[in-house]
Design a binder for this molecule. Structure first.
Ligand code: GLN
Length: 488
């Protein structure tokens, strides 16, 4: 029999429905696997007691014939989602000891669907990073290694703990958030599926804010079908988030018809960037061929403002972050460094509580918003953002989805990019445009590199058309038949 931790969400739901095993057994198997994989540091907080009591409640519901869409499925929750009574750190020292008295809407939705919480997954501090190396709670190790090379690789970021836990089978699936690529890039680095839904599809309420106009929550799973199931459970209108959109949530799983005949696949010529590995370039062409073989029609398109995407993102995201992070003042929650005056207390608390990357972003953000520089940087970035979004609007007049690589390289070793913030920011070159335009994007594991590391392909969809995205993503998944597993 397949090990319980190897099952997909769909497979586990099947087994639970048939009574082949209980939610309690499924959860216990994951808790044991978590204990054996602590070297990955994928979790900041494990919640075994909560997990077991949630699993037992799930078994009871199933016996009563009241099982929900994800009943009994054990999940890791990125530690950016507020969880009632459970430590929520955002990967930062400044939130030391913070136990929210409320639950985020997305996690509430998942618990309503019957899912079980295994713990809170590690992440880059305030979701700022591409390597999970900025977490106050330590680096996360990618369960994958290069062939014949013991170096520890990064899992990507910022949802690095989520991606590593799903790849390592110490969570059946996980929540992530994506501001500039933080679901799709770690998914690609760890060989799993990650989808960033359309902005407004999932509520941001109760998620620690990084850049409010870009942040979106989404599922990280081991199959496209699982992503469809979990997105259905997470999504939905929430009056508590004014940017949440009141639109029906389609049955994403039912959309996986396997028929993409006649679908038009855009291939943006501007995505051939410097620094992209030859392997990824080849995989990208292979991806287009796979979709073509399934009956889709590749079409060359142009997204001319792509070259401005990174500078635009790295002005807008820090600007919003500098404002969002002003609330951490040592007064209401988290760390406080006592001092003689209030101002001094603020300064000492923020100096001690924030890490270097977060401080860098606050400095950049404050600078681009300050009088005299606002017009030169922030306003121009906003204009570029509109142009980037307009490129997509034009492209989507011709095509149904857009195919790009997910990342310019495979996972790198700790330290390989970390002394140069600009090199690190380049990781997001294929993903940030999608956030700037508010569109949905999915990363699907598509091949192993010559060094034996997972490589991902990205599909970008029209606003609120995750269904088509998932359908096309599943065709990539089928063609790629990615069955390799990490050595851990
Ligand atoms: N790597 C990007 C950044 O550091 C994206 C992070 C994210 O999506 N949360 O800002």
């Amino acid at each position: 029999m397949t090990k319980l931790t190897d099952l997909t969400v769909a497979g586990a739901l099947d087994g639970l429905a048939k009574g082949s095993f209980s939610a309690r057994e499924l959860t216990q198997a994951h808790l044991a696997a978590m204990a054996a994989a602590r070297h990955l540091n994928a979790y900041i907080t494990e919640t075994p007691e909560k997990a077991l009591s949630m699993a037992e409640a799930s078994d009871q519901r199933r016996r009563a014939g009241k099982a929900g869409a994800m009943d009994g499925i054990p999940l890791a929750i990125k530690d950016l989602f507020c969880t009632d009574g459970v430590l929520t750190t955002a990967g930062s020292h400044i939130l030391d000891g913070f136990k929210p008295t409320y639950e985020s809407t997305v996690s509430t939705n998942l618990w309503k669907a019957g899912a079980v919480m295994l713990g809170k997954a590690n992440l880059d501090e305030f979701a700022m990073g591409s390597s999970n190396m900025t977490s106050y709670h330590g680096h996360v190790a990618n369960p994958w290694k290069r062939k014949g090379d013991p170096s520890v690789l990064v899992p990507g970021g910022s949802s690095g703990g989520s991606a590593a836990s799903v790849a390592a089978r110490i969570a059946m699936a996980a929540t992530g958030t994506d501001t500039g690529g933080s679901i799709r890039q770690p998914a690609a680095f760890c060989g799993i599926v990650g989808i960033k839904p359309t902005y407004g599809r999932c509520s941001r309420w109760g998620i620690v804010a990084f850049a409010s106009s870009l942040d979106q929550a989404g599922p990280m799973t081991r199959s496209v079908e699982d992503a469809a199931i979990m997105l259905g459970a997470m999504a939905g209108y929430d009056p508590k988030d004014s940017t949440s959109v009141d639109m029906p949530v389609p049955d994403f799983r039912a959309a996986l018809t396997g028929d993409i005949r006649g679908m038009k696949i855009g291939i943006p010529k501007e995505y051939r960037v410097d620094g992209m590995s030859a392997e990824i370039e080849k995989l990208w062409a292979q991806g287009a061929d796979w979709l073509k073989a399934a009956g889709a029609i590749p079409v060359e398109i142009s997204l001319p403002h792509t070259k401005y995407a990174l500078p635009t993102y790295y002005i807008i995201a820090p600007a919003e972050a500098s404002s969002n992070l002003a609330r951490y003042d040592g007064v209401r929650f988290g760390l406080r460094v006592p001092a003689d005056t209030l101002d001094e207390m603020y300064e000492l608390t923020r100096a001690a509580g924030f890490g270097a990357e977060v401080k860098r972003r606050i400095l950049i953000g404050t600078y681009v918003l300050s009088a005299g520089y606002y017009d030169a940087y922030y306003l121009r970035a906003q204009r570029l953002r509109s142009l980037i979004a307009r490129d997509f609007t034009e492209a989507f007049k011709q095509v149904d989805v857009i195919l790009t690589p997910a990342t310019p390289t495979a996972a790198f070793a700790e330290g390989e990019n970390s002394d140069d913030p600009v090199a690190m920011y380049l990781n997001d070159v294929f993903t940030v445009t999608v956030n700037l335009a508010g569109l949905p994007g999915i990363s699907v594991p598509a091949a192993l590199s010559a060094e034996g590391l997972p490589l991902g392909l990205q599909l970008i969809g029209k606003a609120f058309d995750e269904a088509t995205l998932l359908k096309a993503g599943q065709m990539l998944e089928k063609a790629a038949n990615f069955t390799a597993r990490p050595g851990m």
